[in-house]
Design a protein around this ligand. Sequence first.
Ligand code: AMP
Ligand code: GLY
Length: 462
Amino acid sequence: MGLVYPLPTNRRSAEAKEINLENIMGKTVLVVGSGGREHAIVDALSRSPQVSRIYCAPGNAGIGLQAENVPIKDTDVPGLLAFAKEKAIDLTVVGPEASLSAGIVDAFRAEGLAIFGHTAAATAIESSKEFAKELMAKYDIPTASYKAFSDFEEAKAYVASRPFPAVLKYDGLAAGKGVVIAEDMDQAEAALRSMLLDESFGKGRVVVEDFLQGPEFSFLCFVSGADVYPMPLSQDHKRAFDGDKGPNTGGMGAYTGLPFITEEDKRFAYTNILCKAASAMVAEGRPLSGVLYGGLMKTADGIKVIEFNARFGDPETEVILPLLESDIYDIFYGIACGKAVGTPVWSADLTLGVVLASKGYPGSYKKGFEIRGLDNVNAHVYHMGTALAKEGGQSTAQARNDGRWPSGGQSTLLTNGGRVLMVVGRGKSLAEIKDKVYKEIEKIDCDNLFYRKDIAHCVFDK
Ligand code: AMP
Ligand code: GLY
């Protein structure tokens, strides 16, 4: 274990008796997750002069260039806790909602460990659609009118009494079921049947809400109790194909610098939505201590909430965090300790990022295709789903050295997920950034990737 020193009295755990030299020289951080969002978090942490060592569980190939990947699943709370204790981690930062819902924050805090993210009780603002809708109704936060049902016939009658399209949201964790926008009664009935009567999913509940119209945008804030620190606004592109066609995905690209949101809109959303929600959660005994993500829509009737998320968005994080000029460790650590933090400083630059996804995503897709040419790309590349070829694994045909990929190594980079890479550019003009990003993407050589050609079309559409 090397040299050991007594723990300074101001350090995190009164129980820990020893600390190794490395920890005195800088902070050790564990990031939980494996996507582009976590790569952007690791990248931001690596810019902190206080942070000397970053682990990521489980991470991905790109993250592995900036952090030490640890093969522990992001929902394996006992495994992550044991690792954090063993390595005397100063701070853990949680990416995915599944880890938060699994109670990782509660478990770490019970052991006196600093962790950035919400408790399971606070994560209900994302994990239960009905809880979120009730909260908004109770605290007068603008959102679509709704009603919640567990009875199929009652739900059907309510849908029939409202105008179409109808928005049907399954309440709770339900892979693939999510949100259905039904154009007519047949579609609504089929969706309600699968959400409420389908036995393989157990007994569900459904929120039926009115259909809203207008541009959507993402308003992420760092939240510590009732203190809310806004990040730059961004817009995701949820549909798979150009022109917002095709199935919903996790997000195919994002940018900052939204032309359709005024300062007044932002102030309204900050005060009447994000701050109100944070205070409401305090009043409900579920204070937030992480990121609150407002999925908002600018309707003819004002800005309204489509959904809240209890975490950083992906791909939004990859265009937001590069703009943070403050030390992210101070923000994460302060909030993890339940304190107010200094107002974060953001660059006035703009960013735009395009996601490269596996052909077939968000449906079924194959993995294991070789990715070449990343070393030539003159933009930031965040890895969303990549892996290094293992010895004897597929497409390791030749050991190669791509210069920058991986630095000095001889490994083959493979696709390993639905969303694989995100190329992010930065500058003063979205038109210039967009041209540059698309030019750089052409340097990436892989047989099984596709991407949207129209990221930020809202900015350029006449
Ligand atoms: P959600 O999972 O709640 O974010 O919903 C996924 C997508 O469905 C959103 O990004 C919207 O595009 C759409 N959506 C959800 N709720 C509504 C609504 N009330 N009106 C119109 N579109 C909606
Ligand atoms: N970009 C959408 C999400 O993170 O939920």
